[in-house]
Design a protein around this ligand. Sequence first.
Ligand code: DP6
Length: 374
Amino acid sequence: VVYRASTTAPVNIAVVKYWGKRDPKLNLPTNSSLSVTLSQDDLRTLTTASCSETYTEDVLLLNGSPSDLTGARTQACLRELRALRAALEAKDASLPKLAQLKLLLVSENNFPTAAGLASSAAGFAAFVRAIADLYELPASPTELSLIARQGSGSACRSLFGGYVAWRAGAHVDGLDSKAVEVAPAAHWPNMRALILVASAAKKGVSSTSGMQQTVATSGLFQQRIAEVVPANMETMEAAIAARDFPKFAEVTMRDSNSFHATCADTYPPIFYMNDVSRAAVRAVEAINTAAGKTIAAYTFDAGPNAVIYYLEEDSETVLGTFYALLESTEGWKKGTNPKSSVQLDEAVSDSLKTGVSRVIMTGVGEGPQKTDVF
Ligand code: DP6
């Protein structure tokens, strides 16, 4: 017999960034963070976990290619999931002995890896959820977030849809460092995200090593974790509760700026944003100035791609600003022909026109979903 379970998991993009580990082994962060889960219609990982007496080793197939399962982080996730299954089996002798069987994990993204998007969050979330479902663990998403966190920090937030906080916690064992839902997608369903892919290249400095360098060398970072992030978390949670977009947007942009400032303050400095990223910042500023209020917000992770959050009702103005530049770019949804009177500087237009290789038009979405597609 082959036992099997399939699940999808979403990508999330933080609006208050995780940057810094207080314990690299357990993947415990120096600060709390908060993200928006994006729709799986556009971005998701689908993972099928199976186990059988006939399997001779643990195997992971990622987009069709055999992939490494021996890394310490992956092994930590596997060890914890197997221990939970073994505990169930010890309590109930009628359960099949799955904990001791080898696993086959088949994982696929519905977006091109070449899009240069961080896929580790969706990847580890789907990995953990699929095995937990296969083992029929009675674990809640928050309990599973403790395991996914050890795979990749940001993955713990992909166990939920909507608006999700990762509470840093204070314990040395990390048992209080977990994700919780701040609000479901339905609370603020009109949140949209336009992703401008500025480079498909693999990022120069990985987030894992970049954040270690920042923790070790940046003075500005101390202020970020002591003052900036705690204030941003509080304001952001209140903004989401009140569906206050201008506040949400301001904190999102300030927190991205603060994170990239600590990168510049790292010694030697780390630069994730490039000229195209900066053009996207200018374009968002032009949109907000023309609108006379804040209707768009940019944020950047450990790479040059811009994620622009806006509300559905402002689609015309926000998307219209980019339409003439990007309508023939891969990913622009057909039939989306909005009009906007926002004027961009020529240098900004040129930079976006030549530097953006793909767009992803998406919005807030749901958490992992069980599927029957194997
Ligand atoms: C800038 O979760 O990729 O995207 O825990 O080392 O795997 P590891 O790091 P990772 O870092 C993400 C950093 C970020 C901000 C964020 O998603 O909060």
